[in-house]
Design a protein around this ligand. Structure first.
Ligand SMILES: Cc1ncc(C[n+]2csc(CCOP(=O)(O)OP(=O)(O)O)c2C)c(N)n1
Ligand SMILES: [Mg+2]
Length: 135
C-alpha cells in the first residue's frame, strides 16, 4: 500500500488486481493437501482494499458478482492514474493441482477428518464443483 501513495504522487497508471479471499490461501491448502493437517494460522484480518486505495487518492473498485467482472475491469483499466480492484473470491474453493495424486487426495481427506475448522463449507464447495463439472 505504501507504493500506492507513490503511484498517486506521480500519477503512474499502475493497475492492481487483488484476489481477495481473506486468507493465505496457498499456505492453507499446502497444510491440508501436502501435510494432511487442518489449516492453522492462515486467516487474514479482512481489509477493504478499495477503501484503502481511495484513502490514498487512487481509484478503488470491488468485484463481488462474477457477472460484473468484465465491466468493472474495463472501468478500472480506463482510469488514467493508479487503480486497485479487489475481486472477492470463495476462500473455501480448493486450488487442487490439475492432476491430483492418491497421496494428495488422502492428505486432503485426512485434514478434514483431523478437524479442519471449515470442513463442512469445503466439502460443500467440492461437491458443488463436481456437480457443475457434470451438468
Ligand atoms: C516474501 C514471501 N513470503 C512468504 C512467501 C510464502 N508464501 C507463498 S504463498 C503465500 C500466501 C499468499 O497468500 P495470498 O497473497 O493471500 O494469496 P492466496 O494464496 O490466498 O491466493 C505465502 C506466505 C512467499 N512466497 N514470499
Ligand atoms: Mg489470499
Amino acid at each position: 500500500m505504501a507504493e500506492l501513495a507513490t503511484c498517486v504522487k506521480y500519477q503512474l497508471p499502475v493497475k492492481v488486481v487483488i484476489v481477495k479471499n481473506n486468507t493465505l490461501g496457498q499456505i492453507k491448502w499446502e497444510q491440508m493437501v501436502f501435510l494432511g493437517n487442518p489449516e492453522y494460522g492462515c486467516d487474514l484480518q479482512p481489509i477493504d482494499f478499495a477503501l484503502c486505495a481511495r484513502a490514498c487518492g487512487a481509484a478503488g473498485f470491488t468485484i463481488e458478482d462474477p457477472a460484473q467482472c468484465g465491466a468493472i475491469l474495463d472501468e478500472a483499466l480506463a482510469t488514467s492514474g493508479p487503480a486497485v480492484v479487489q475481486a472477492v473470491v470463495d476462500p473455501f474453493e480448493p486450488p487442487m493441482p490439475a492432476k491430483v495424486t492418491m497421496e494428495q487426495a488422502a492428505h486432503f481427506a485426512q485434514s478434514l477428518i483431523r478437524g479442519e475448522p471449515n470442513r463442512e463449507k469445503i466439502a460443500l464447495t467440492v461437491l458443488a464443483d463436481k456437480v457443475r463439472e457434470l451438468v
